[in-house]
Design a protein around this ligand. Structure first.
Ligand SMILES: [Fe+2]
Ligand SMILES: [Fe+2]
Length: 284
């Protein structure tokens, strides 16, 4: 059986284009967001409790696994033993990957700058903690047996989980500058989630029931991002949940299922149009 990395790339070229446009327009810089004047005038770090500071550090450690997972993706996506068509598809998708990892990198970067500039942590101590957390290897959980679709579903759920978590944490804290930082980060995560949803949905056109079944199977094992890579992850995860009580992990799966359902309704309206072009969808 031939090895594959991606679903047929011609089926989601528009999805790639949408993401590239969106990413280029959504650009923001950590240097603008946490520059010294804004730290002085807007930031109120003393309003964060111990759990909230802990949660920001955990989010930073998770985001800071980027160098590890980037090398994993590059290893998979530049594998010269792949069939030619897969290598061509991988190169197209790398335009996405490079934008995506740049966005993840600015999440780690902005939180590192925020924690240091706010005086919440000492720079040398933070660097030591980050180094310790980064040392645990990141392994992509689905790089075997042609399980790439499951891998993309897992990524879609992770992106949605980070989107919903950052939104909840922004809502549950009283620190205005950190609220802004988390809202920017959350918007990026929403855009990443939308890319994986759209890519999976487009490549399962006509077969969305199968996609929904795979999503529920992957969701059984789904955890918060790179949770198993963190030191004392149970304690860190508990801290994250205490810091943002309005986050509901079950909303992650529900959100993805809703997107598939919406697409199914959309597609059935499309096919109705094809069969009988005069028949407009009811109410539409
Ligand atoms: Fe991120
Ligand atoms: Fe993301």
């Amino acid at each position: 059986m031939p090895r594959t990395t991606f679903p047929d790339v011609t089926r989601f070229e528009d999805v790639l284009l949408d993401y590239h446009r969106r990413a280029d327009k959504m650009h923001w810089s950590p240097y603008d967001l946490v520059e010294d004047d804004r730290m002085r005038e807007i930031a109120r770090p003393e309003r964060l409790n111990e759990y909230q500071v802990g949660a920001v550090k955990t989010v930073l450690f998770v985001e800071d696994h980027l160098p590890g997972y980037l090398s994993e993706y590059l290893r998979i996506m530049t594998d010269p033993t792949m069939p030619d068509d897969q290598q061509i598809a991988s190169r197209k998708v790398l335009h996405f990957t490079f934008r995506w990892v740049a966005e993840e990198d600015r999440h780690a970067h902005v939180l590192e700058m925020y924690l240091e500039k706010s005086g919440l942590v000492k720079p040398a101590e933070l660097q030591e903690e980050m180094l310790r957390e980064r040392k645990t290897a990141y392994m992509f959980p689905y790089d075997h047996d042609n399980k790439m679709v499951e891998g993309f579903i897992y990524l879609a759920l992770q992106e949605k989980a980070t989107h919903l978590y950052y939104r909840a944490l922004a809502r549950d804290i009283e620190e205005p500058l950190l609220k802004t930082v988390l809202t920017k980060m959350g918007a990026d995560e929403a855009s990443h989630g939308a890319f994986f949803y759209d890519m999976l949905i487009e490549s399962h056109h006509g077969n969305l029931d199968a996609l929904a079944r795979k999503v529920s199977a992957v969701a059984q094992d789904f955890k918060m991002p790179v949770q198993q890579n963190l030191q004392n992850y149970r304690r860190q995860l508990l801290g994250m949940m205490r810091a943002a009580p309005s986050y509901k992990h079950t909303d992650v799966l529900a959100d993805m299922m809703k997107a598939i359902d919406r697409a199914a309704q959309q597609y059935s309206r499309d096919s109705l149009h094809l069969i009988s072009p005069d028949l407009a969808p009811f109410g539409g």
